[in-house]
Design a binder for this molecule. Structure first.
Ligand code: HEM
Length: 421
């Protein structure tokens, strides 16, 4: 009980914290450093009120007790009523499966997909990721300029995810764009509802391709969704949609955000770029350090299922808690010099891929895609420079901390003849 919290006092003195605000997007490391030091277990009145966990130990403890802190989401399309889930404020409609489920539903679904995402299974996509990275750089290399997000870090994870599903690669933009936009369009933006509707096309295409694979089975993820079973029963249409939604959402924008931020860092820190360029054995360590430092998934929520106390912090049933992975990953009690990128940091027990049962199923694939992109840039356009005046970051980083545009120039080079399809 080292950190007893007087919950009434905390609620009477809330912190002015809104992870979706423009101020937070530009100043989050300092904001979290202040909150961690002064009120690490804080109450915010924004978005209906929620607890904010900023310390590494608290985020882990809560993440590892899903029976009390559930990610489960209820959604009633008839009334539009939403309960729970991983977003604060709640996202209308969409329910990520397995992310927004609890046991026993989670156990069945997670077991069903685990095999497709094991290190061995995803290794089969490394050559594809390298091929796509080479082809995307081929498209820009003679021009000497590109937009890192538009031309590279957004298309590559989308293409690999299309390949994993078994969708035609030509459709990547129609699928990835709504997912990319949904994470950075502020909820109060008049275009938010329209952006959410952009997912309808994806849902329709999932249904069509699943139908095709029922008649003509194929060994891709869509085939697995169409013909696989959970507990001996085929998946119902809703579970298929929600699973596909969760995997695409997980696959397309997170690795984009990680690689975009990494490429900005390397442009701004030429000594790190040179070190990495000359010593690729560093890449696996640097990769984990960038996941820690940027924490692409900024913060996610849990929902208190019954009154419970965690290390002196009392929660009441029905309350919501935001797990700030990004803050936990810079907790000075756990990481030395947390505000500095140390390429060969080891050990590095970051929780950028989450903690507890919902820990990222796609982490091995994400690592493969990240490495393919980094190697391609360091090999072929190592002198790239970013036009910082035209760099556009997400206006809200409450879900994912990424960028919309990163214009860059480099010394032109020659194509290697790589093709996307
Ligand atoms: C750098 C890239 C990535 C990061 C930083 C990341 C981060 C995370 C985090 C923090 C969670 C935990 C969610 C929670 O606590 O509620 C998670 C879960 C998940 N991720 Fe990722 N992710 C990445 C890439 C991917 C990829 C490539 C895929 C799939 C293609 C994926 C699919 C998922 C799914 C399905 C879950 C839910 C797992 C469950 O609830 O059991 N992620 N991810």
């Amino acid at each position: 009980m080292e950190h007893l919290l007087d919950r009434d006092a905390a609620q009477q003195n809330p912190v002015d914290f809104d992870h979706h605000s423009a101020g937070h997007a530009t100043n989050w490391p300092a904001t979290f450093a202040r909150i961690r030091a002064n009120s690490p277990r804080a109450w915010s009145e924004h978005h209906g009120g929620f607890w904010l966990a900023t310390r590494f130990d608290d985020v882990i403890r809560i993440g590892q007790q899903p029976e009390y802190f559930s990610a489960h989401k209820d959604y009633d399309p008839a009334t539009g009523k939403i309960g729970g889930g991983i977003s604060i404020p709640p996202l209308p409609g969409l329910r990520g499966v397995p992310n927004e489920t609890a046991s026993p539903e989670w156990d069945g679904v997670r077991t069903f997909i685990n095999r497709r995402f094991s290190p061995k299974s995803v290794e089969a996509f490394r050559a594809k990721a390298q091929q796509f990275a080479a082809a995307l750089i081929d498209e820009v290399i003679e021009k000497g300029e590109f937009d890192i997000v538009e031309d590279f870090t957004n298309p590559l994870p989308a293409l690999v995810t299309m390949e994993l599903f078994g969708f035609p690669l030509s459709e990547w933009r129609a699928f990835a764009d709504p997912f990319h936009k949904i994470v950075y369009t502020p909820r109060d933006d008049p275009f938010f509802a329209e952006t959410v509707r952009g997912l309808d096309y994806f849902n329709q295409r999932v249904a069509e391709e699943v139908e095709l694979r029922r008649k003509d089975p194929r060994d891709d993820l869509l085939g697995h969704l169409a013909n696989g079973t959970i507990g001996g029963a085929p998946l119902d249409a809703e579970t298929i949609q929600n699973l596909a939604f969760n995997i695409l959402a997980g696959g397309v924008d997170t690795t984009t955000a990680l690689t975009s931020n990494t490429l900005i860092h390397l442009a701004q820190n030429p000594e790190d770029r040179e070190r990495l360029r000359n010593d690729r054995a560093l890449l696996p360590f640097a990769r984990e350090e960038f996941v820690r430092y940027f924490s692409p998934i900024h913060a996610l929520a849990r929902n208190v299922t019954e009154d419970v106390e965690v290390d002196g912090w009392k929660f009441r049933k029905g309350e919501r808690v935001l797990l700030a992975y990004s803050s936990a990953n810079r907790d000075p009690d756990v990481f030395e010099e947390p505000e500095r990128v140390i390429l060969d940091r080891f050990p590095n027990k970051h929780i950028g891929f989450g903690a507890g049962m919902h820990r990222c199923v796609g982490s091995f694939l994400a690592r493969i895609m990240f490495e393919a992109m980094l190697n391609e840039v360091l090999d072929r356009i190592p002198d790239y420079r970013i036009d910082e005046d035209r760099l556009v970051r997400y206006p809200t980083i409450g879900n994912i901390n990424g960028c919309i545009h990163i214009p860059a120039t480099f010394t032109p080079g020659k194509k290697v003849g790589a093709k996307i399809a």
